[in-house]
Design a protein around this ligand. Structure first.
Ligand code: HXC
Ligand code: NAP
Length: 283
């Protein structure tokens, strides 16, 4: 689908690139010619990921950095620019999440997620944007949000829902404000993509998972390669006129709220069609 040099000459920082979807995007970008910087809090994870990424042909460096720390994030950007000579792309992918009844949340629990997701994305974006504007260079920002960021929010993940909605507002606000500097800002809203980080925190039992998958019209979870391809497209020169956009990739899951969508869970499609015919005859 992509030419091998689609992301040649790009230097992209992927926050939380040591695992899960961040690592899958990093692999794809590396295959397409980009040089890669990844960051996270766990050095061992970053080190292992770096070895994997090198096999995909990229120049790779990892930075042990907590995106919640504004000063530390600034130092990371300085180090990246020193190591690579430049930086052209940022993927705000690092996140935290857990299931909790909202009345049982502690202020510290709410703050932990807002700090990682919303403040962390701001911290990276602010340093990156300032660098590009000062250097008069163009660049790309991609924010990984969730489908519930845009729509109705979601029960039991209140801190994440509030934070991701904030990141979405940041996507649109900056796409307009920084468009004049040649900085594009887009978002991807993934449905469920199995990763250890998400699954260990958000799927308490197998029964819960079975119920979950029944809500997805595509009848399966997303594959990481699918998301990585979308990310590569949005980060590339194939999408120079797309900014402020949020692309949902969820097999149709977020459409499950349609008023009559539930009826084929009441009876089979075949029986439904017969019922529709009877209604037509009556009408
Ligand atoms: C309630 C919790 C909690 C839980 C932590 N806390 N876990 N509260 N339920 N399960 C509270 C603690 O009591 C504490 O508050 C505060 O959160 C901080 O906890 P720490 O353990 O000190 O925080 P920290 O080490 O910073 O860990 C952050 C974390 C952790 C977010 C809590 O889960 C983490 O490191 N996550 C990173 C990876 C991740 O979450 N990946 C999943 C992304 S999936 P008090 O008040 O007691 O001090 C995703 C997808 C969504 O976003 C859509 C899927 C379909
Ligand atoms: P994951 O593997 O747990 O990824 C989260 C990454 O963020 C980890 O590598 C983690 O590493 C890093 N991180 C967390 N806190 C950090 C901090 N303070 N500073 C720096 N790095 C930090 O989970 P994932 O499923 O791949 O999630 C990736 C992104 O996709 C997230 O934005 C998530 O909200 C989004 N998403 C995922 C799904 C899904 O189904 N998987 C669905 C919708 C949206 P350390 O813990 O080592 O720091």
């Amino acid at each position: 689908m992509f030419k091998e040099d689609t992301l040649k000459n790009e230097v992209i920082l992927i926050t939380g690139g040591g695992s899960g979807l961040g690592l899958s995007m990093a692999k794809k970008f590396a295959e397409l010619g980009a040089d890669i910087a990844i960051c996270g809090r766990t050095e061992k994870k970053l080190k292992d990921a770096t070895e994997v990424l090198k096999e995909h042909g990229a120049k790779v460096r990892y930075y042990a950095c907590d995106v919640r720390e504004y000063e530390a994030v600034g130092e990371m950007f300085e180090a990246i620019i020193k190591d690579f000579g430049k930086i052209t792309g940022l993927v705000n992918n690092a996140a935290g999440n857990f299931l909790s009844a909202s009345e049982d949340l502690s202020p510290g629990g709410f703050k932990a997620i807002v700090d990682i997701v919303l403040h962390g994305s701001f911290n990276c974006t602010h340093h990156f944007g300032n660098h590009l504007i000062k250097q008069k260079e163009k660049g790309n920002i991609l924010n990984i949000v969730t489908t519930y960021a845009e729509d109705a929010g979601s029960a039991f993940v209140l801190p994440s829902a509030c934070s991701k909605a904030g990141v979405l507002a940041m996507t649109r606000s900056l796409a307009y404000e920084w468009g004049t500097y040649g900085i594009r800002v887009n978002a991807i809203a993934p449905g469920p993509f199995p990763t250890e980080g998400a699954w260990t925190r958000l799927f308490p039992t197998k029964k819960f998972e079975k119920k979950y998958i029944e809500r997805i019209p595509a009848a399966r979870y997303g594959e990481r390669e699918e998301l990585a391809n979308l990310a590569a497209f949005l980060m590339s020169d194939m999408a120079p006129y797309i900014t402020g956009e949020t692309v949902t990739i969820d097999g149709g899951e977020k459409l499950s709220g349609g008023q009559f969508n539930f009826i084929d869970s009441v009876m089979s499609r075949g029986k439904l069609k017969m019922a529709f015919k009877m209604l037509k005859m009556k009408g």
